[in-house]
Write a protein that binds this ligand. Structure first.
Ligand code: PRP
Ligand code: URA
Length: 205
């Protein structure tokens, strides 16, 4: 399973703030947003380019532009924290939504919403800060493939080895871009050391 870990020192600093239980919701949101910007850059660093013929004020040149349009699919709710950073960097990106919620007792995710554009011929990224058991990511990636996505990339803040393995089993070769690979899951399928319930901390619920 290809896993690309964000190595930027600012990313590590921001993640520490998110992990800290004393970080209040307003700071959590701001730091999640900035970390989202770093992850948006990291996850698109291999995006294909093509040549475009343009004219500078001084002469014509051939210069690179992005070869394929982008599409992003945040998983509701917590994935919304990564949406704005992508929109700021890629304003014309197409956006689809998948709503998934884990059952608190079983940690099994069930779908309550899905609205996806045609994802064929696009560079597609699935956004969800937490890859825990991997159940949500596996479902979302399947929905994206059903909508035409080829080789969607999974973008998260924290990934557990269990979720990485499950995603590899269901969708072999999926690239995971993350700010951290953590130790593992506890008996309630929360990530250790992790940062708690991302959606609850983001939305102060
Ligand atoms: C969280 C998180 C992921 C999912 C990861 O969502 O945002 O979507 O759990 O867990 P998994 O890898 O075991 O599937 P949650 O179900 O808590 O919903 P929320 O985002 O609405 O809070
Ligand atoms: N979802 C979260 O928000 N946190 C975890 O640790 C696991 C799933």
């Amino acid at each position: 399973m290809p896993v690309q870990v964000l190595e930027h020192p600012l990313g590590r600093h921001l993640l520490t703030t998110l992990r800290d239980r004393s970080t209040p919701p307003d700071r959590f949101r701001r730091h999640a947003h900035t970390l989202g910007t770093l992850l948006a850059l990291e996850s698109t660093r291999t995006a294909a380019l093509k040549d475009a013929a343009i004219e500078t004020p001084l002469e014509p040149i051939i210069s690179p532009i992005l070869a394929r349009p982008l599409a992003i699919v945040p998983i509701l709710r917590a994935g919304l924290s990564l949406l704005e950073p992508f929109l700021e960097l890629f304003p014309s990106v197409a956006v689809g939504y998948v709503g998934l919620e884990r059952d608190h007792a079983t940690a099994v995710a069930s779908s309550y919403y899905c609205k996806l554009p045609d994802l064929a011929e696009r560079t597609c990224l699935c956004l969800d800060p937490m890859l825990a058991t991997g159940g949500s990511a596996v479902q979302a990636i399947q929905l994206m493939k059903d909508a035409g996505a080829e080789d969607p990339i999974m973008v998260c803040v924290v990934a557990a080895p269990e979720g990485i393995a499950r995603l590899e089993e269901a969708h072999p070769g999926t690239l995971i871009v993350t700010a951290s690979v953590d130790r593992g899951l506890n008996d309630k399928s929360y990530i250790l050391p992790g940062l708690g319930d991302y959606g609850d901390r983001l939305y102060a619920t």
